[in-house]
Design a protein around this ligand. Structure first.
Ligand code: SF4
Length: 339
């Protein structure tokens, strides 16, 4: 088994298919202007498929399609079909903001998509508009209803919790998840690249989330399970399960088996990595399958990344990357490397 310096296997690949997004969420894309990856640099589906084969041969067995907003990538269902058919792949999931989901979900499911996660940060239309700078909550609800219909047992809702913005909606979102048959996961606001409005005072910690939900529901029990998934899961007294991704206050780098491939073929070994490996250049310069496999193996074997733990150890913590650096290199943006 391929393992990094800290003994972590390479299993999960987050595959970004576009850096474009149709929302402008405050915690991810708060600026007015963005520089985009040149279109000619985006990997073609055949190139993605070849790289996926090589990743699978190195141990990857779970892939999540991300963006930007992945449903903006034209003919995404074609790519889903190409990836879903790969022997050795045990899971193919997608994270979306839901705006375009209702119109694409049947084609995605028919192509072999197995699970879906929809981002939903608020149930209030006015808040949604303020948070995302788009009046699209109604279409997101259509997408959520479609997800409930098509992926009834494999459907999650992700909520980034920000103090003073939506932290009064925790129980409402849990109740909404119950009606939709979806597991809700609360994500601590992270100081990743692009989160230029981040500040520690805006984070609602896992401990806070549990306190607030306990006050409403009573005793909350942790779900005991061995998993490298980022969410710790909990059970409410009525059996409802929800998750918390506490990357900011209680990072889980020690079990992190995820890497990220951007839409233009840069491979990053950590959400906080400032350097990546340019697999597109190697591929387009004629590297063989063996050469690419060696690059991936050697990159992973040298991996020491523990970005979120390093950030936590800093103590005094502000936005991770300056606006100037983000403007010079869009690869540092969370929306480029798939969150
Ligand atoms: S910060 Fe980096 S090493 Fe830690 S969990 Fe996230 S991606 Fe993995």
């Amino acid at each position: 088994m391929l393992a990094d310096v800290l003994g972590r296997p390479l299993r999960n690949l987050r595959l970004s298919v576009t850096d474009r997004c149709n929302l402008r969420c405050e915690y991810c894309m708060p600026e007015e202007e963005y520089g985009w990856l040149p279109r000619e640099d985006l990997l073609h589906f055949e190139e993605i498929s070849s790289l996926v084969d090589i990743f699978i041969a190195q141990g990857v067995d779970r892939i999540r399609l991300t963006g930007g907003e992945p449903l903006l990538r034209r003919d995404l269902a074609t790519l889903v079909g190409m990836v879903a058919a790969k022997p050795g792949l045990n899971d193919l999931a997608l994270t979306t903001n839901g705006v375009l989901l209702a119109e694409q979900i049947d084609a995605l499911a028919a192509a072999g998509l197995r699970r879906i996660t929809v981002s939903l940060d608020t149930l209030h239309a006015d808040r949604f508009k303020a948070l995302t700078r788009a009046d699209e909550l109604a279409r997101v609800h259509e997408g959520l209803a479609a997800a409930r219909r098509v992926f009834p047992a494999h459907f999650k809702i992700d909520t980034v919790v920000i103090k003073g913005v939506n932290d009064d909606e925790l129980a409402d979102l849990i109740e909404y998840g119950k009606t939709m048959g979806a597991e809700v996961r609360f994500i601590e606001y992270m100081d990743v690249g692009g989160a230029t409005k981040w500040g520690p005072e805006r984070v609602v910690s896992r401990a806070d989330i549990l306190d607030r939900l306990s006050a409403r529901y009573g005793a909350i029990a942790p779900v005991i399970e061995h998993s490298s998934a980022p969410a710790d899961r909990y059970t409410l007294p009525d059996g409802t399960i929800f998750g918390i991704i506490s990357s900011t206050t209680q990072p889980f780098c020690s079990s992190c088996d995820r890497s990220r491939l951007t839409a233009d073929g840069m491979w990053y070994l950590c959400l906080y990595a400032t350097q990546g490996l340019d697999l597109r250049a190697a591929l387009r310069n004629g590297a063989s399958t063996g050469d690419l496999a060696s690059m991936i193996r050697s990159g992973w074997q040298q991996r020491t990344d523990r970005g979120a733990e390093d950030r936590l150890a800093l103590g005094d913590r502000r936005a991770f990357v300056s606006m100037n650096s983000l403007k010079k290199d869009p690869h540092l943006e969370m929306h480029t490397r798939g969150g």
